[in-house]
Design a protein around this ligand. Sequence first.
Ligand SMILES: [Zn+2]
Length: 361
Amino acid sequence: MGIHGGSDELYWSDNVDGQYTSKGGYNFMRMLLSYDAPSSSTSAPLRPAFWKKFWATQALPRCKETSWRAISGYLPLKERLFRPRVDVDPGCSFCATHWETEDHFFLQCPATRQIWFASPGAIRADSFSCFRDFWAVVALQGDGDFLALVQATVYAIWEARNQVNFQQRPLMVHSVLSRVESLLAEVSVRDNGGEATVAAPARWKRPAQGTIKCNFDASFKEGDVSRLGMIARDHEGAIMATACSFQFHTISSLLAEPMSMRWTMQLAIDLGFRRICVETDCVYLFRSWHATGEGRSYLSSILRDCRLLLSGFDHFTVSFVRRTGNVVADFLAKNVKTYANQVWVEEVPAPVLPLVISDIT
Ligand SMILES: [Zn+2]
């Protein structure tokens, strides 16, 4: 049983090949011992400390509510409907090969497993047999942001399941992950210190004099290719460069964003920009960058690459803007179809110009 905390150092596995921490192991053993039957899906009580942490996260209320209903057995999963009403097909909405119970649907189902594993936490949900144990370990090993990610993911999985059943929309893993990203982005971003709450700007703002702001974005579609877009502007809003690129082997949209940041940083170094601010509209990336400690997820490895590039700059910051303030990079990522890396120095491709002008007027 193991879980990878995506945004920080909180990682634990019972695999003793160096990942094991005695404190994590001790806590986990203690948790198991406190249960009468840890492998049963109905008998593991969650303690008051768990619920305190659970309700204190920054996730949207509807994500917490759905997660709470899932943990408490109040979601109308088919197995539950089947019990009093024999005419309901109890099969899982995603795979149809198992009964739709919480344990199967949220942890064991092949479709759900893919979603968890492709998420920034790279969570091995199928290593848990009991949904409540899963939550207990998530709360024990992860911080509040990680718990919020799990709450948003449960909500998005449940929403996708209802779309499959009631709107005949096929399940697409990347859509679920994009949905998680947008649910997290709806929450206002805490500042670096984690205390004051600041509203993210909705419009693009000029950087300080002497600094070049590089807005970047990524667009991801099924087929593991993501497209990247970047625009660099100075304190007057003058264009220093625009660029687009593509990346193979992207697992999810949430990983496409950090890949785009790494690409942007490398590009800025190549273009000779020494003082830059890179700006993203991906709240999860923004938070992960500012989180302390190092995780062991794929996301953390990309962020490690980014930190290695820091030596190429005299000044470097990461800022967050709403999507409405990142339209140029978004357009470049979505609309410039190319399998070549393209850079326009002090220029923009013509279709982008109106968006650039509207940013500064
Ligand atoms: Zn299933």
